[in-house]
Design a protein around this ligand. Structure first.
Ligand SMILES: *[C@@H]1O[C@H](CO)[C@@H](O)[C@H](O)[C@H]1NC(C)=O
Ligand SMILES: *[C@@H]1O[C@H](CO)[C@@H](O)[C@H](O)[C@H]1NC(C)=O
Ligand SMILES: *[C@@H]1O[C@H](CO)[C@@H](O)[C@H](O)[C@H]1NC(C)=O
Ligand SMILES: *[C@@H]1O[C@H](CO)[C@@H](O)[C@H](O)[C@H]1NC(C)=O
Ligand SMILES: *[C@@H]1O[C@H](CO)[C@@H](O)[C@H](O)[C@H]1NC(C)=O
Ligand SMILES: *[C@@H]1O[C@H](CO)[C@@H](O)[C@H](O)[C@H]1NC(C)=O
Ligand SMILES: *[C@@H]1O[C@H](CO)[C@@H](O)[C@H](O)[C@H]1NC(C)=O
Ligand SMILES: *[C@@H]1O[C@H](CO)[C@@H](O)[C@H](O)[C@H]1NC(C)=O
Ligand SMILES: *[C@@H]1O[C@H](CO)[C@@H](O)[C@H](O)[C@H]1NC(C)=O
Length: 409
């Protein structure tokens, strides 16, 4: 009876959706009409549905209805003839032995929407020891849950990403993309499970999003411009980061990153800029602003680390070639889990310039001394409340407190 009832409900919902949509001239491409069945591999059905949706001259909805479906790597590419709403109401589960670099890749699409209350589930087990990038320069062996390559004027909203084998959501070469009301969950014990990583992109807005994982919450890599991160809650994990910068050759400047009204709970780092010594690229990182940030028991709340070199993968004696300027940390409040609440370590060859630290109100919750701050190669402009005042002490050589994460890039 229950089954029949829910089938009828599903049918009604389907009809309603079709009516509502045809009224707006949208065509619906439901994967179940392409032979997809719950609890089976739908790679082929999805590919066929995408092909039709992408070729449609009507605006279209590619519908993945409620249900759990298995998926191998799926490459959904454009350009498409009209706008597409990839509407995920069900759960897409990665194959137990996943193949390729991502579960779903969206590529070369203008005006894409990814929406729905469903989930991309990478199926990575808790504490998975694989994929920690300790010895490797690239961590592409295991799939990201969702990758967006060369996507313009698009929106990603409401969806959930679970237990990714690698980064959860990765944007590369994108322009004007908004991610909002997204939920990302991985165990704290899974290294390299970065929430949202953006690189070589511009005009990206990330808002009203919650992320708990075992690596960077949101990270902005090189060759990026005009990135805003607003009302994102992170934790556990490794906080919000610009970087790491300079590791790879042929990359360009980062400029215009604003992080506002975010909350970090029990993360290793809070808000951070990090670059590699002995950088392969030399460029500037400027106009980077962090404002109205709440810290709850964060180990290293405010950090610039231009000696970022986890697992000694670089020559620390050669200073970073990334020039950091026009940075502000304003209205940062809450609690620090270590006594060094602010640590600003800039490049010996290229000291940071035009750094402002204003209205800091942090409390140290532990017992190992008083709250303090450390700096090297930077003289910030300090205004407003100063708990602690920035740059009370010189940062020790080989300060290590900022390399707590196992494996971020
Ligand atoms: C496009 O929409 C129109 C009007 O809703 C409909 O008649 C037509 O069949 C649709 N075309 C496709 C390819 O779905
Ligand atoms: C999915 O991948 C698995 C192994 O990785 C393979 O056995 C299976 O045939 C693939 N399925 C499809 C539909 O490609
Ligand atoms: C996205 O925008 C870039 C830069 O404006 C353009 O070169 C590229 O062709 C666009 N891609 C698509 C898929 O529209
Ligand atoms: C950015 O993308 C959104 C969503 O498609 C669109 O409404 C908006 O017009 C785009 N903005 C620009 C400047 O193209
Ligand atoms: C946010 O997404 C959830 C599903 O993850 C949905 O239930 C909720 O309605 C969305 N909120 C808004 C404001 O759209
Ligand atoms: C911040 O995001 C949360 C979801 O994570 C949402 O519930 C809340 O309304 C947002 N706040 C504002 C001011 O938009
Ligand atoms: C950097 O770009 C130059 C010129 O396009 C090219 O010759 C070189 O191989 C590139 N280096 C790397 C490491 O990609
Ligand atoms: C610093 O950054 C802000 C925000 O991007 C920008 O408006 C301002 O012009 C920059 N200041 C300098 C001196 O470049
Ligand atoms: C605060 O953070 C420390 C270090 O990460 C952790 O050991 C401790 O359990 C946290 N305290 C609370 C109350 O969550």
């Amino acid at each position: 009876m229950m089954g029949l009832k829910s089938n009828i409900m599903a049918l009604l919902l389907h009809l309603l959706l079709m009516l509502a949509s045809t009224a707006k001239g949208q065509s619906i491409f439901d994967i179940t009409t392409y032979g997809a069945k719950p609890n089976t591999d739908i790679t082929q059905a999805l590919a066929n549905a995408w092909k039709d949706a992408c070729a449609s001259t009507n605006s279209s909805i590619l519908l993945i209805p409620i249900g759990v479906y298995q998926l191998n790597q799926s490459i959904l590419d454009g350009p498409c003839k009209s706008t597409i709403d990839f509407r995920l109401e069900g759960t897409l589960q990665a194959h137990p032995n996943p193949i390729g670099n991502m579960m779903v890749l969206f590529e070369h699409i203008d005006q894409l929407t990814v929406s729905g209350t469903g989930a991309f589930d990478g199926q990575r087990k808790k504490g998975g020891d694989k994929n920690d990038c300790r010895l490797e320069k690239t961590c592409a062996k295991f799939p990201r849950n969702v990758k967006f390559n060369s996507i313009n004027n698009s929106i990603v909203k409401d969806i959930t990403s679970l237990d990714s084998q690698n980064f959860h959501i990765n944007l590369f070469d994108c322009k004007n993309v908004t991610l909002q009301n997204v939920t990302i969950i991985s165990p704290e014990s899974n290294p390299n499970s970065d929430g949202i990583h953006v690189s070589s992109s511009e005009e990206i807005n990330i808002l009203n999003t919650q992320i708990s994982n075992g690596a960077d919450c949101v990270s902005v890599g090189d060759s990026s411009k005009q990135i805003t991160i607003t009302n994102v809650t992170c934790g556990p994990g490794d906080g919000i980061s610009i970087g790491s910068l300079g590791r790879y050759a042929n990359r360009t400047e980062v400029t215009g990153v604003t992080v506002k009204s975010c909350k970090l709970i029990n993360t290793w780092n809070g808000v951070r800029i990090k670059s590699w010594p002995d950088s392969a690229s030399a460029y500037t990182a400027s106009d980077l602003h962090f404002e109205d940030i709440e810290m709850v028991n964060v180990s290293n709340p405010v950090v610039i680390n231009q000696e970022y070199c986890p697992f000694d993968q670089c020559d620390k004696k050669i200073p970073s070639k990334i020039k950091i300027s026009n940075v502000s940390f304003k209205n940062i409040r809450g609690t620090s889990a270590t006594s060094v609440a602010i640590q600003l370590i800039c490049s010996k060859d290229l000291p940071c310039e035009d750094v402002e630290v204003a209205d800091i109100d942090l409390t140290y919750t532990g017992t190992q001394g008083r709250i303090t701050s450390q700096c090297r190669n930077v003289i910030p402009i300090i205004t407003g409340k100063q708990n602690p005042r920035a740059c009370v002490e010189a940062a020790p050589i080989n300060a290590t407190s900022t390399s707590t994460s196992m494996a971020e890039l």
